[in-house]
Design a protein around this ligand. Structure first.
Ligand code: PAF
Length: 279
């Protein structure tokens, strides 16, 4: 595995790489969710690149940018074991050099749900992902369904900017009790960790209702919220959404696919998760 630190070196290495080439962009602190993307990407492509970059522009003020876990040696060893060919680990100054002032924004999609609670978050995500796509020029790029809105935003930016990358979205990887894997789960204390599966239980409630024929989206939102409210360690519910999978507009009635998504505060971390109905 080749480790590249500058955009110039990464671009050169990518130019010589076998095609098709897959890309798994990450912020590091890798877990089985990331590794499931790497394994699929390894199978699908003749060469494979990954990136590790804790992107400062997608963190809001007061968020966990400085504390975000950075176990670089472990991450590199895991990527090497999974057969990654190229790993790009740039310093912040390489991605955002002095004078940097061009942004990729996906207004609308990027202002809803997570965007409403984390202003500027998706501008940061879209900008760094567009930069990585431009630099690496992968044929396929892999993202987890866990960050459902992020996948919708990235698909849209790839389409709108004619990037020519196939955005592949793979299922959320969960603990045995249903908690979606996330690098931020490390912030949960033991008691909060025991409470956290309520997030997936609430989503499963919506899924079960829909499977038994309930298509009234308002009822699904209410029942999902009820499950979350019954857990005393849920300090705040930021949203419970039943939305169109492409526009993210809230639905009254489900007659095609819908994404049920929630964000809650349990202890220090905000936990987000979703299930897609009708896919
Ligand atoms: O999902 C993530 O880890 C990040 O948002 C991404 C896509 C790597 C961009 O920084």
């Amino acid at each position: 595995m080749q480790l590249l630190r500058t955009a110039q070196d990464m671009a050169m290495a990518c130019r010589g790489a076998a095609r098709p080439m897959g890309l798994v962009p990450t912020m590091g602190a890798l877990h089985e969710g990331h590794l499931s993307l790497v394994r699929q990407a390894r199978q699908d492509n003749d060469s494979l690149a990954a990136t590790i970059f804790v992107n400062p522009t997608q963190f809001g003020e007061g968020e966990d940018l400085t504390e975000y876990p950075r176990p670089l040696e472990d991450d590199l060893a895991a990527l090497d074991r999974e057969g990654v060919d190229l790993v790009y680990v740039p310093p912040v100054s390489e991605v955002y050099p002095p004078g940097f002032n061009t942004w990729v924004d996906v207004p609308g999609l990027g202002d809803l749900l997570e965007g409403a609670h984390r202003p500027g978050h998706f501008r940061g995500v879209a900008t760094v992902v567009a930069k990585l796509f431009n630099l690496i020029r992968p044929d396929r790029a892999y993202f987890g369904q866990k960050d459902g809105q992020q996948t919708v935003v990235i698909r849209r930016l790839a389409r709108d900017l004619d990037i020519g990358v196939d955005v592949v979205v793979l299922p959320t990887v969960r603990e045995a009790d249903g908690l979606a894997l996330s690098s931020r789960n490390a912030y949960l204390n033991d008691e909060e960790r025991r409470a956290a599966p309520v997030v997936y239980r609430a989503l499963c409630k919506a899924q079960r209702l829909w499977e038994t024929g309930v298509t009234d989206a308002r009822m699904l939102r209410e029942e999902t919220r009820r499950v979350l409210e019954a857990e005393p360690l849920v300090e705040r519910i930021d949203y419970v959404s039943v939305a169109d999978t492409e526009t993210l507009d809230e639905l009254d009635h489900i007659d095609g696919a819908a994404m049920v998504s929630v964000a809650v505060q349990i202890g220090r971390p905000r936990l987000i998760d979703n299930v897609v109905l009708g896919q």
